[in-house]
Design a protein around this ligand. Sequence first.
Ligand code: NAD
Length: 289
Amino acid sequence: VSDFSVSVITGGAGGMGVACARRLASRGPVLLGDLSAESLDGVAAELRDEGVDVHVAVCDVTDEASVDAFAEKARTLGPLGALVSTAGIGPPLAQDPRLVLDINLAGTARILDAFLPLAGERTVVVCIASLAAHRGFTIDFEGLLTDPLDPALYDKLSEAGGTRDDVLATYSLSKRGVILTVRRRAAEWGARGARIVSVSPGLIADTTMGEAAVTIHAGAYVQQSAVGRAGTAADIAGVVAFLTSEDAAYVTGCDLLVDGGVVSYMLAEADAVAREQWMAASYAPAPAS
Ligand SMILES: NC(=O)c1ccc[n+]([C@@H]2O[C@H](COP(=O)([O-])OP(=O)(O)OC[C@H]3O[C@@H](n4cnc5c(N)ncnc54)[C@H](O)[C@@H]3O)[C@@H](O)[C@H]2O)c1
């Protein structure tokens, strides 16, 4: 992409955030937002050494004022190009299912609300969802996931039996909500000439979250993968670079699964018990080999 534009990344000090920053750096300045100034400064020093025009700002996606200030900072840097929403937490590191829902789903919605006024012809939003959003049980709660910013959303999902006060189940619902949000908001971004998509990574083992997730299901996910390996943050960054390029000009309002074939294993190959366990967000056992 030759057009100068600003790339904005939430969760920008995280594994996928940094990989996306590297991939998008040739387009213009990169603005990274994350929780800790210290980790942002560390990442920025590394990227600056590589020649990236990097800017950082503390941005907590659970805090509307913080998100608004982040969008204001982005506005000063130039026209909005890629907006990549990677801020997220999940099992096993995350302990509080309410916070999982607030960061992963409501946080994405806050970012979209704050950045919509900045959207123009060069803007493409990529919201990071998860293969967990493809667990079948999440479909039963789609009706409740239509209002990500409803303060009572967790309680409503919980009463309906969706969250089970479990971090993995709530994580899966939060990410299904991200996919639905992208679908429902495609028209409003399209009206500004912008596109919006979600990406559902499988196990991405070289990030903080992925290194922790490996302790739950790495063996299974690597065996179940059609390509025989876990994913990397660079795998996701490559897909983000494509989706935010002109080559993807007709792609909007949809989700792209980037999981090395694990969901296709679940749908096409797993035995009924393993498939049911996975679809219901119970920890699925590794397949017999
Ligand atoms: N790694 C995997 O296996 C995997 C798989 C599927 C989906 N994902 C999703 O990918 C995204 C990126 O994760 P990652 O693997 O790079 O993990 P990571 O932990 O390296 O990065 C996540 C970043 O989000 C930041 N963050 C957390 N809460 C925040 C908040 N309230 N406001 C702003 N930033 C916040 C963290 O500080 C961290 O830097 C997440 O949304 C995650 O759910 C990861």
